[in-house]
Design a protein around this ligand. Structure first.
Ligand SMILES: [Zn+2]
Length: 314
């Protein structure tokens, strides 16, 4: 049995979904943002399904973002499972947080972002207030079985987040997909510090496209997603998303015809009215398109003596 819980969030995305999964064990997939309103909605939804917080035995996280990982510490009898990356945030790992600021500052410099925007690095950690504050009991990875839920396995779907996993039931062809594939919106492959600092900046868009193609190879018929309605036309929607993303990248490609531009300059052209307000999201989107063009051999990268990257057509 899968019981959908719709929870309010204070974020632009609107409501978020959590799912109660009843098998041999009672589990919750995702736990809303840590707000009183989401807590009340969780309580109401779990009660409607015939249970209370203390009946929940496991919480599985699709990813660490604050609209999904909030109330993990509200279930006194539950073990919490997720990708290892969640823990860096859920435990407020001091070494990771120090590295986090360093990572984003390095990115801003190489992206050619003017100094007056550098204070933005601090903003990137603000959502942590809406995240639960307890470590995972168990980490999960590709192919793991979900305890207490025969037939359900973990599929790594990195891209939108460096912690992103989906849960897959091969027999029913159903997936609980977090924010990997949403009905109405295309998921933003956010630039996040890597789990292993020596690995360098994750190419989130490339990862994301690979994760989309992975789902393309699976006979998925229904996705219970993190926001909005269930998705049924999964393969057609993925094909559409990949095509649209290619089109957006080609728009960037056209900008590079006569000139070499930095990530910041491309971002200003792509999002003239929102880049200042949503610097993190818009830079991530631009980096994604440029990574895609580089991977396709359509763009070239050069670095000046100040460490700023510029891009031109290949
Ligand atoms: Zn989300």
């Amino acid at each position: 049995m899968i019981h959908k819980l719709i929870l309010p969030t204070p974020f632009a995305v609107g409501d978020v979904n959590a799912y109660l999964l009843k098998g041999d064990s009672l589990s919750l997939v995702d736990a809303g943002p840590k707000t009183p309103d989401a807590y009340a909605a969780l309580e109401r939804g779990i009660k409607e399904a015939g249970y209370s917080f203390k009946d929940v035995e496991q919480v599985f996280l699709t990813h660490h973002h604050p609209d999904h990982a909030g109330w993990i510490d509200a279930f006194p009898n539950a073990k919490v499972y997720g990708h290892a990356y969640n823990d860096l945030w859920l435990t407020r790992d001091p070494a990771f947080f120090a590295y986090h600021d360093e990572f984003y500052l390095e990115r801003l410099i190489e992206e050619g972002v003017p100094q007056k925007y550098h204070a933005w690095v601090e903003k990137m950690k603000r959502p942590v207030a809406f995240m639960g504050n307890r470590p995972l009991d168990m980490t999960v990875e590709e192919g793991d079985a979900l305890p207490g839920h025969p037939g359900w396995t973990v599929v790594e779907t990195l891209g939108h987040a460096q912690s992103h996993v989906s849960f897959w039931h091969a027999e029913s062809k159903e997936m609980i997909g977090g924010d990997h594939i949403l009905e109405k919106i295309s998921s933003n492959p956010l630039i996040e510090p890597p789990l292993d600092p020596s690995a360098g900046r994750p190419q989130a868009m490339i990862q994301y496209n690979e994760s989309l193609r992975k789902v393309m190879t699976m006979p998925v018929e229904k996705i219970y997603s993190g926001h909005g309605n269930e998705v049924y036309n999964v393969h057609a929607l993925i094909a559409h998303r990949l095509e649209k993303q290619h089109d957006r990248a080609m728009k960037v490609h056209a900008m590079l015809a006569e000139t070499h531009l930095t990530i910041f300059e491309i971002t200003q052209k792509l999002f003239p009215s929102v880049y200042e307000k949503e610097l993190g999201l818009t830079l991530s989107e631009t980096i994604g398109q440029v990574d895609y063009l580089l991977a396709e051999g359509l763009a070239i990268e050069s670095r000046d003596q100040d460490g700023v990257f510029t891009y031109g057509q290949a």
